[in-house]
Design a protein around this ligand. Structure first.
Ligand SMILES: C[S@@+](CC[C@H](N)C(=O)[O-])C[C@H]1O[C@@H](n2cnc3c(N)ncnc32)[C@H](O)[C@@H]1O
Length: 414
């Protein structure tokens, strides 16, 4: 995988529709060569892990991210440092030089989140995404497949409308999904928006879903025995059944008992200061270098936080079949940022029993990675602090959802 910095930008050659069709047709014939993939907004590599999990014959030829810490993590795990720069500054010639067939993109989601200002395409963080999509219309060798991931809310944004317009203009057919790991047997609620796009003459296996937004994986993914596929509509009863069919949370834990938990009364964490909004202000939590991540002690929720924010906490148990989405603010705030684990199961679950006695702890970064269905060998380099780990994981994605979607994208109709 070469870096853009080292690549000489190619001269523009004459090309045209005929040449593009020829390229697409040669891809259709199923050459032995791997698909050449570009991973935009690569973060800690969730897309790349999903691609590996999907088992398709593909090679990431370059990844792009502006964040140096995320690039440290990516390099640590994949042995390649992504191109570190603003995606907005890429040109059509830069992108042509990679001769890539497939683009994977997970652009920033803040312009579309409910908590944000919802400025959509007017938000500066949306510019780079629309900018590179526009480049497709000017490229000599545009990609033939695209995969876009974002938050729920993106589907009603004007960015999505512009994306679909650009893709249609460039001869792409799209299929859109809103799916959660719960629909794939993982006890994790993280619904996300996905857009899959294929350039004609390529086509989807199930063309009946062209130009549609689907909320269920349904029969799309065939009879894969390793996947629990929910055939559910939106009723509460169906969701309850779906959740019941998920694996228990304990399968995703690295610390399974409360045995090692420190005595809350004597723990230094019990006296941690808490500001308004549940912001954890203790410096003891901030930097990773001095912390031993193999000990569960640092994940204990301080009593002061429980007393002040207990009513707003989402508490789950090892035998629970669902937990809430971990956001990038997990461990900094407790309200709405992800579930907390009760390590001592009371006779009566929930807030009817004393939270204090339930020994609440945060999920560890490894456990969040497990719930994202990352492989066991995924690791953070030592210098990445605990907060940074949670922040990067919160920005990442569920490989359990993305991998089957990628398999579906890459599959050619018979
Ligand atoms: C939603 S996260 C994607 C995370 C990624 N899919 C993963 O698995 O970790 C968005 C990423 O895009 C990066 N980013 C945002 N704007 C960028 C830009 N203009 N150029 C390059 N990278 C950018 C951020 O640093 C962040 O890592």
């Amino acid at each position: 995988m070469g870096s853009l910095k080292n690549n000489k930008k190619p001269d523009k050659k004459s090309g045209g529709v005929g040449e593009e069709r020829e390229m697409a047709e040669s891809i259709c014939r199923g050459a032995e060569e791997p698909w050449r993939v570009l991973e935009f907004y690569s973060g800690i590599g969730g897309m790349r892990y999903s691609l590996m999990k999907a088992g398709v014959n593909a090679q990431v030829v370059e990844a792009f991210d502006i964040n140096d810490k995320a690039n440290d993590v990516y390099q640590h795990n994949f042995g390649h440092r992504p191109y570190q720069g603003n995606i907005q500054s890429l040109t059509d010639a830069d992108l042509d030089s990679y001769k890539a067939h497939v683009w994977l993109l997970s652009p920033p989601c803040q312009p579309y989140t409910r908590q944000g200002l919802q400025k959509h395409s007017a938000d500066a963080r949306a510019f780079s995404f629309l900018n590179i999509l526009e480049l497709i219309t000017r490229m000599l060798k545009p990609p033939v497949m695209l995969f876009v991931e974002n938050v729920v809310g993106f589907e009603t944004s004007d960015t999505r409308a512009k994306m679909v317009e650009i893709l249609a203009k460039s001869d792409f057919v799209t299929q859109e999904f809103i799916l959660s790991p719960l629909q794939f047997g993982v006890p994790y609620s993280r619904p996300r928006y996905f857009c899959l796009a294929k350039r004609k003459p390529l086509s989807f296996q199930c063309q009946v879903f062209n130009n549609q937004l689907l909320w269920s994986p349904g029969r799309l993914f065939g009879n894969n025995e390793n996947m629990v596929i929910g055939e559910y509509d939106q009723s509460q009863e169906d969701w309850d059944k779906l959740i019941e069919s998920c694996q228990p949370i304990e399968k995703f834990l690295e610390f399974t008992s409360s045995r090692d938990l420190v005595d809350l009364e004597t723990s230094s964490f019990a006296t941690t200061d808490v500001s308004a909004n549940g912001l954890e202000t203790s410096e003891e939590f901030v930097e990773g270098d001095a912390l031993d991540f193999s000990s569960v002690d640092q994940f204990v929720v301080p009593l002061s936080l429980i007393e002040r924010w207990g009513s707003a906490m989402d508490i789950v148990y090892p035998d629970s079949k669902r937990c809430c989405c971990f956001t990038k603010s997990y461990y900094r705030y407790v309200k709405g940022t992800g579930s907390l684990l009760a390590t001592v199961q009371p006779k009566k679950k929930g807030k009817a029993s004393s939270l204090r006695e339930q020994c609440l702890r945060y999920f560890t970064p490894r456990e969040v990675a497990n719930l994202h269905s990352f492989p066991k060998d995924f690791q953070f380099p030592k210098h990445i602090s605990l907060r940074q780990r949670y922040a990067m994981l919160g920005n990442s994605l569920s490989a359990a959802v993305v991998a089957p979607l990628l398999q579906y994208l890459f599959a050619q109709p018979c």
